[in-house]
Design a protein around this ligand. Structure first.
Ligand SMILES: C[S@@+](CC[C@H](N)C(=O)[O-])C[C@H]1O[C@@H](n2cnc3c(N)ncnc32)[C@H](O)[C@@H]1O
Length: 312
């Protein structure tokens, strides 16, 4: 219901017809501003379209408009003590493990990691953005150490405390994974060619549309072959489910962040539009892998295909 795909694609087509769907090839500031403006316009036109369509579309739009929030998560609050941030980030990693999401992320990424390794004749260099305390990068590192996956992993986050904690775990376990601090919107800081595959999981909603466009553009300009983003599927079910499951960790700030996050998940048409604006072409897929939405963008000329993303 919260995806509003009929009204959303009507909005995208209206903006395209009016020449306002500008695939923006300008500088980073222009890209960020143009993408933010596009998504704001899209949401407004989508709402008008839903009012015109009436009935179930209108009911969905009313629920959608009450449901959406721009509030930030507590874990991103700079005034929150770092030990509490780390506690919340570890709680998220634990939760993903309990729900077997981390294993599922590894399974979803395995085919493309293997495909790139076979093509390049070496381990695939995976760069994770906004990786928190490192649960996914550590899991990929374990799969690599056990010979299950041909990859080397670099986990990054903007919070130094997370990357240091993750590095300690990786070193203790002897994993082929290293961790650094990196602003996900500043991939120009990376050495070109240092990543074959850029991934981000459970974090897309922490970024504005313009920041997501910068991230996708950054992955392309850093010379990677593909970008994969995974996040919660925007739905009423997850709006109830995410905070409820988070509450099981017994950290109220974490449960509240669960609710805020579910209210901020992007719709699939929005992620589709953001990917097109960032790349100035349509070589991407936005797929539902319940309870997730998955974005695959390819930069290496190979057609983005479902074949590289199994129903794991
Ligand atoms: C919901 S957490 C997800 C962490 C991790 N991916 C996981 O699933 O456990 C969102 C993460 O985004 C990070 N983050 C927020 N803004 C960022 C930025 N500009 N650059 C890099 N990381 C950022 C936060 O520090 C936080 O660790």
């Amino acid at each position: 219901m919260l995806q509003q795909k009929t009204a959303a694609y009507e909005a995208i087509e209206t903006l395209r017809r009016e020449g306002r769907f500008q695939s923006c090839s300008g500088n980073p500031v222009q890209l960020e501003t143009a993408t933010d403006r596009f998504i704001a316009d899209m949401r407004r036109i989508q709402s008008e379209a839903a009012w015109k369509l009436g009935g179930i579309y209108l009911i969905a739009e009313i629920i959608q408009s009450v449901h959406r929030t721009d509030a930030g998560e507590l874990m991103d609050d700079p005034s929150l003590p770092l030990d509490q941030k780390l506690r919340m980030s570890r709680a998220l990693g634990r939760q993903s493990g309990m729900l077997q999401l981390t294993e599922r992320f590894v399974d979803l990424l395995s085919p493309i990691i293997t495909e790139l390794a076979e093509r390049n004749g070496r381990d695939t260099r995976v760069l994770e953005l906004a990786g928190g305390a490192g649960s996914l990068s550590l899991a990929l590192g374990r799969a690599a150490r056990n010979g299950r996956l041909p990859c080397r992993v670099t986990g990054t986050d903007i919070v130094d405390t997370y990357t240091k904690a993750a590095q300690e775990e990786a070193s203790q376990e002897g994993l082929p994974a290293e961790f650094h601090t990196l602003d996900a919107c500043r991939m120009d800081k990376l050495e070109r060619g240092s990543a074959d595959l850029v991934v981000i999981s459970q974090s897309l909603h922490h970024f504005s549309p313009g920041q997501l466009a910068l991230m996708i553009r950054g992955a392309k300009e850093a010379g990677s072959s593909a970008f994969i983003g995974l996040d919660g599927y925007r739905s009423l079910l997850l709006s109830a489910g995410v905070p409820l499951v988070a509450a099981m960790q017994g950290i109220w700030e974490f449960a509240l962040d669960g609710l805020t996050s579910a209210r901020k998940f992007y719709t699939e048409p929005e992620l589709d539009a953001i990917s097109e604006i960032a790349t100035t072409e349509r070589n991407h897929l936005v797929l539902t892998r319940w309870p997730l939405t998955l974005v695959l963008v390819r930069f290496d000329g190979i057609r983005a295909s479902e074949a590289s993303l199994p129903y794991a």
